[in-house]
Design a protein around this ligand. Structure first.
Ligand SMILES: CC(C)(COP(=O)(O)OP(=O)(O)OC[C@H]1O[C@@H](n2cnc3c(N)ncnc32)[C@H](O)[C@@H]1OP(=O)(O)O)[C@@H](O)C(=O)NCCC(=O)NCCS
Length: 158
């Protein structure tokens, strides 16, 4: 299948962006899995030292975001999402690469991420050099109390 890659603008975000990304949070995460965060949860995370928000834009409008944090040389990608109409056109990969570069600039050498084991996003991470380092049984609780395993993956950024 031929895919049409489109340019994505990446910029640093902050608490002022939360009202604009709240609708993306709702459209981007399947409610079955209960993975979306509230604005209050995002605000609380951004108040902690070492956390940061990155915004993906097209035509000056946000189409995706990532939330991450760093503690010394260890980092974690907490959330990454692209609005469904913009998926499959390279925005997710551009955003992920930008966040990895930002993590590296903050001194992160081991960048971790929990992924629901049946999330097709795994293809993206594996193709960007993340490797599986662990598993957590029943880590996610879905909207109907269904439990889903998580895979812990990691990218070494030397
Ligand atoms: C994961 C996500 C951010 C990818 O964004 P995207 O803009 O579609 O990604 P890209 O267009 O840059 O695609 C990059 C790669 O992702 C993989 N991919 C993304 N969605 C996929 C899907 N539904 N099925 C299979 N592979 C998929 C492909 O390997 C693709 O590689 P290719 O370029 O060789 O085809 C997006 O699907 C999303 O927001 N998902 C919902 C939120 C979520 O689950 N986030 C991850 C939490 S861990």
């Amino acid at each position: 299948m031929t895919r049409r890659l489109r340019t994505t603008d990446i910029r640093d975000g902050g608490p002022a962006d939360l009202p604009r990304i709240a609708p993306l949070m709702q459209t981007s995460f399947d409610p079955r899995y209960g993975e979306a965060w509230t604005s209050a949860q995002c605000m609380g995370m951004l108040a902690l030292p070492g956390s940061w928000l990155t915004i993906a834009e097209r035509g000056g409008a946000p189409i995706g975001f990532a939330l991450a944090r760093a503690t010394l040389d260890e980092g974690e990608l907490l959330l990454i999402a692209i609005d469904p109409p913009h998926r499959g056109t390279g925005a997710g990969r551009a955003l992920l690469r930008a966040v990895v570069a930002q993590a590296h600039a903050r001194g992160v050498r081991r960048f971790n991420l929990e992924v629901r084991s049946n999330n097709p996003a795994m293809n993206l991470y594996l193709s960007e050099g993340f490797t599986k380092v662990g598993e957590r049984r029943d880590y996610y609780r879905g909207s109907c109390d269904e439990l889903f395993d998580a895979v812990t993956i990691q990218k070494i950024i030397p």
